[in-house]
Design a protein around this ligand. Structure first.
Ligand code: 5GP
Ligand code: MN
Length: 323
């Protein structure tokens, strides 16, 4: 990154359009909240644009900010376009990526996914960072803006830190991550409220769906140390599925002794969304990219196949050796 270019760009442009990826998770929402809070702090106007509706448990974090779900009917006005927590416009989904690529404004990316595409003028990519909010924190430090981090910026930063590190447990967590968390707590951040808002928001049907997935829909392949969990459209309907209900479920597979690769499949109207998680020497992003139109990090990746669940499961099982 060239701090001077970024600094002068931020200073000279008034209307900030802030975007994040489809199916926004805690780091995506945390990043846009932190950046919108910083925009407010700098006296800038902001609009957060999501490709699709964030899960209900993340929406309280957006209170007090201007945010919308993208639609092709509208003409969004801005001077600066931010891409947070994604590294290629394809992560916006079909409609919003066409819009993003056709915009002639200056585009800035803050992200931590490896191998970013060349799709913005000012890319800040730190693949060793545990979360995009850690990248944003470092950007603010590099810009000499550490003092501008107030409690509102801190809330967004902590949300991404917490969720993208599996509550501070993944190998991506560094001493620097904890120093950052300590700084946020020094600002008066009530970290327990954020943990509660993320992890203690189960509905009865959400818990039952998760229990059912573990009890009835988990296939184990001990020879390969792989577990595959899948939920069909009917399963989701039966337990009144709400967005976010399956978040983190794939990690349950990795918690089984002797298993170090987990795949979670969820059937949707258009096809099957896949989530891959791994540990140790097994990396999943290249596999997701090669076979399921996806990508991500070494230990956490995702993909999508426009097929039904049965077909997708069969394809996956035919690839067990490669995995
Ligand atoms: P999740 O399983 O939580 O949906 O995604 C895990 C990781 O994989 C995230 O870091 C996300 O950025 C990445 N990822 C998920 N889906 C896709 C996809 O369709 N394409 C790419 N390139 N990355 C994805
Ligand atoms: Mn992230």
């Amino acid at each position: 990154m060239t701090p001077n270019l970024l600094s002068s760009t931020l200073e000279s442009q008034q209307n900030w359009l802030i975007t994040t990826h489809k199916g926004p998770d805690g780091d995506a929402v945390g990043s846009v909240v932190a950046w919108a809070a910083y925009a407010k702090r700098c006296g800038k106007d902001h609009l957060i644009l999501f490709p699709d509706q964030p899960a209900a448990y993340l929406c309280p974090f957006l209170e007090g900010y201007n945010w919308e779900v993208f639609t092709t009917d509208k003409d969004y006005k801005g001077d600066l376009l931010f891409a947070l927590d994604y590294n290629s416009s394809s992560r916006l989904g079909e409609e919003m990526s066409v819009w993003f690529d056709s915009q002639t404004l200056i585009k800035v990316m803050f992200d931590h996914h490896p191998n970013p595409a060349d799709f913005v003028q000012i890319p800040v990519s730190i693949p060793t960072s545990c979360s995009t909010t850690e990248v944003i924190y470092r950007v603010l430090e590099d810009l000499g803006q550490r003092d501008q981090i107030d409690i509102h910026v801190a809330k967004g930063l902590y949300l991404g830190l917490l969720t993208d590190t599996g509550s501070f447990r993944f190998p991506s967590v560094s001493a620097q991550t904890h120093r950052m968390a300590a700084h946020l707590l020094d600002l008066g951040l009530e970290h327990h409220l954020i943990h509660e808002a993320i992890y203690d928001v189960n509905s009865v049907t959400r818990l039952q769906l998760r229990g059912y997935a573990i009890a009835e829909k988990l296939q184990l392949f001990p020879n390969y140390r792989i577990g595959i969990m899948s939920l069909s459209k009917d399963d989701l309907k039966r337990f009144d599925y709400q967005k976010g209900d399956t978040e983190g479920l794939v990690n349950v597979i990795l918690s089984i002794e002797g298993y170090d690769l987990g795949v979670f499949l969820m059937e949707t109207e258009d096809g099957v969304k896949l989530s891959f998680r791994s540990k140790g020497q097994r990396f999943v992003n290249t596999f997701a990219q090669a076979h399921f139109n996806g990508g991500g990090h070494q230990y956490a990746a995702g993909g999508f196949l426009a097929a039904d669940l049965k077909t997708t499961l069969a394809k996956l099982e035919s690839l067990l050796v490669e995995m």
